[in-house]
Design a binder for this molecule. Structure first.
Ligand SMILES: NC(=O)c1ccc[n+]([C@@H]2O[C@H](COP(=O)([O-])OP(=O)(O)OC[C@H]3O[C@@H](n4cnc5c(N)ncnc54)[C@H](OP(=O)(O)O)[C@@H]3O)[C@@H](O)[C@H]2O)c1
Length: 269
């Protein structure tokens, strides 16, 4: 990595696990001043211990709560003076068919993934415009192609993509780069934490996590895309194939996606 991130102020929401933590680790290593949040004080404390002596600001904040986001972003500006780059990464998933799922599950996923992105972006926007920096959203392949058992998750990621595209157009002449990233399956805690039909963490992953892209590799791609001021980034071979197939062969893709997620009519992934 070049010294592009040296001394830049980078906010990563949800930096205590998975892709967010890999981003925080890589950014600290690259000499950035990093601010991150999450709901668990304990995990943020561990991160502070890991990076003690470096420029790391952490705050307990639930991104679905506007006041938490305000405290987090305001305190970051107080500590570091400005924000150059915001990476809206915090997110949760779900695994339940709509016919079984409580609508509160879908609402919660939307509140974290979409409204969390809205709040943090709105609260840091003046700073980022002043710095001619970047706004980034960690979306998903599920934001290009609706996935079964993840209707709320797909809805939240489609919403994020539309929001970011609107913002990019609004900021076209302001020197701000707007990027959204669509990782494919990446090893992390997301499937363990995914909400079931009753809104509880399912506590297991239906995939073999050891066969997936690592969070560190995903973070490396994201940081390179930020440095190169890319518009969008779609990751993994499967992810790129899904986006391509869905664009040109949508009916066939319905069948392929159904076959991937269901066995004998039962959702298995
Ligand atoms: N892993 C994949 O296969 C994959 C694929 C495509 C897209 N993505 C996207 O990548 C992003 C990161 O996911 P991940 O896979 O790294 O998941 P992860 O391992 O579960 O990490 C999620 C992070 O977000 C934080 N978080 C969750 N809810 C939050 C909330 N309400 N407020 C603040 N922080 C919150 C978590 O900390 P706390 O739990 O302590 O709050 C954790 O630090 C998500 O937006 C996800 O949709 C992941």
């Amino acid at each position: 990595m070049t010294n592009f991130f040296q001394n830049k102020v980078v906010v990563v929401t949800g930096g205590s696990n998975g892709i967010g933590k890999a981003l925080v680790d890589a950014l600290i290593h690259a000499g950035a001043k990093v601010a991150t949040c999450g709901r668990s004080q304990e995990k943020l404390y561990d991160l502070q211990v890991l990076h003690s002596g470096h420029h790391l600001h952490t705050k307990v904040a639930d991104v679905s709560n506007y006041n938490d986001c305000k405290n987090f972003i305001d305190s970051t500006i107080q500590v570091f003076g400005c924000i150059d780059i915001l990476i809206n990464n915090a997110g949760i998933s779900m695994r339940a068919l709509l016919k079984d799922a409580d609508t509160e599950v879908i609402k919660k996923v939307m509140e974290i993934n979409f409204f969390g992105t809205l709040y943090c972006t709105k609260l840091s926007l003046d700073c980022i415009i002043k710095q001619k920096g970047s706004v980034v959203a960690v979306s998903s392949i599920a934001g290009f192609r609706g996935l079964p058992g993840r209707s709320g998750y797909s809805a939240s990621k489609f919403a994020m993509n539309g929001f970011m595209e609107s913002l990019r157009t609004e900021l076209k002449d302001d020197g701000v780069n707007v990027l959204w990233v669509c990782p494919g399956f990446t090893a992390s805690n997301i499937r363990n934490a995914a909400l079931n039909s009753e809104g509880k963490s399912q506590g297991e992953s239906p995939l073999d996590e050891s066969k997936l892209m690592t969070a560190e590799t995903c973070a490396k791609h994201i940081l390179r895309a930020i440095e190169n001021r890319k518009r969008t980034l779609v990751l993994t071979f499967n992810g790129k194939r899904t986006v391509f197939m869905n664009k040109f062969f949508p009916r066939l893709t319905d069948r392929l996606v159904k076959n991937f997620f269901f066995k004998k009519g039962v959702l298995v992934k």
